[in-house]
Design a protein around this ligand. Structure first.
Ligand SMILES: *Cc1c(COP(=O)(O)O)cnc(C)c1O
Length: 362
């Protein structure tokens, strides 16, 4: 019995092989390896695609968060409020930027930051709120933005799982002050290595982000912005991303299609989270009462599955001591109930059918 993999990056790479090889070879021949013409062109193309005024390429999604948060921090405001069910990337980035995470509970239907839970946490020590468009689902940002605006807090959208997502035609990244993206190979727009980007409409903030990603330089060898680092998106990755960006819409549509098929096949004891138009189904996630049994049935049928994410941030060994003790009942309940099914554009119909057969039996 062959395995239905959770993901298989080789399939896309093999379909795109000639174009990827040409792109990489052109970089090798060009003599430009960082911040050259590929990077400049990608920043422009990605800004256009996300309809943002400015795109700043960086080395990873975590760096994108860390740099955006460094730019957001000011004076005594050193707390970042976020959800604890989104893989801890924001918490890790905040700590790396000398900031402290504070956790708000999530909405049981969307798994995204719950505005009612956020409100009491917006104390005067908060510099930023990070909302994650989890699993490719567009979070309802409007109520969060109203709260942030009222508190003078920067709203960051973590779009690492939602490249290409939109709400009624408005792309993710347009709702907050600043947005972060990851091009880690498994993401909807993935590189052949690490990469990330930050987008914003604010030209002054964009200048600050550009300085922060390269030593704090405002011009060569002049360090005018404090707490800079080195985080560059290299030419090879930029060239690869330029090959893949035009393919993103079709890939996202195939992901949605797969989720729809899982949803209609699912038996009574499981619910597959939906991926309506505008959402990009980065992961196909289901909820169930007996996850161990579901995992067993899937693996008996040769279907891989995984949990995103099993350990909430406030339960992580290195983060628990930072938690204020506030109860996060929805976050904890979901950590025991979520299960991720295979979902990537090159999954075949026959493989989708095999997953559907197991889902129907649950
Ligand atoms: C993958 C991911 C990140 C981190 O991106 P890297 O490029 O791996 O650093 C951040 N946030 C979310 C929600 C992610 O899924």
């Amino acid at each position: 019995m062959t395995t239905v993999p959770l993901n298989d990056l080789q399939r896309a790479a093999s379909d795109q092989e000639p174009a990827l090889r040409d792109a990489v070879q052109a970089v090798v021949a060009s003599g430009w390896y960082v911040h050259g013409p590929q990077h400049r062109a990608f920043e422009q193309e990605f800004a256009d695609y996300t309809r943002s005024g400015h795109c700043v390429g960086v080395a990873s999604g975590t760096d994108a968060l860390g740099i955006a948060l460094t730019a957001a921090a000011s004076g005594a405001r050193d707390v970042v409020v976020t959800a604890a069910n989104a893989g801890a990337y924001t918490s890790v980035a905040a700590l790396g930027s000398g900031l402290r995470p504070r956790f708000a509970d999530v909405d049981p239907a969307t798994h995204c930051l719950d505005p009612a839970a956020l409100e009491p946490l917006l104390q005067p020590d908060v510099c930023a709120v990070v909302v994650t468009h989890l699993y490719g689902r567009v979070a309802d940002v409007e109520p969060l933005r109203e709260l942030c605006d009222g508190a003078g807090v920067v709203l960051v959208e973590d779009c690492a799982q939602a490249t290409g997502a939109h709400a009624g035609g408005t792309p993710v990244g347009s709702f907050g002050t600043v947005a972060t993206f990851s091009f880690y190979p498994t993401k909807n727009l993935g590189a052949l290595g690490d990469g990330g980007a930050i987008t914003t409409d604010d030209p002054l903030l964009a200048d600050r982000l550009r300085a922060l990603r390269q030593y704090g330089w405002t011009s060569k060898y002049l360090i005018e912005v404090d707490r800079g680092r080195n985080s560059r998106l290299d030419e090879v990755q930029a060239a690869v991303l330029r090959v893949r960006l035009p393919l993103l819409e079709a890939g996202n549509e195939r992901r949605r299609q797969i989720v729809r098929r899982y949803r209609s096949a699912a038996g009574g004891s499981v619910v597959v989270l939906d991926a309506p138009d505008g959402h990009v189904a980065h992961l196909a996630v289901m909820e169930c009462d007996d996850r161990a049994a579901a995992q067993l049935a899937l693996s008996a049928a040769g279907v891989e599955s995984d949990v995103h994410y099993p350990v909430p941030d406030h339960r992580q060994p290195t983060l628990a001591h930072l938690h204020d003790g506030r109860a996060l009942p929805v976050t904890e309940r979901l950590a025991d109930r979520v299960l991720t099914l295979p979902c990537f554009p090159q999954l075949t119909d026959a493989e989708v059918d095999r997953v559907c057969d197991v889902l129907a039996s649950l």
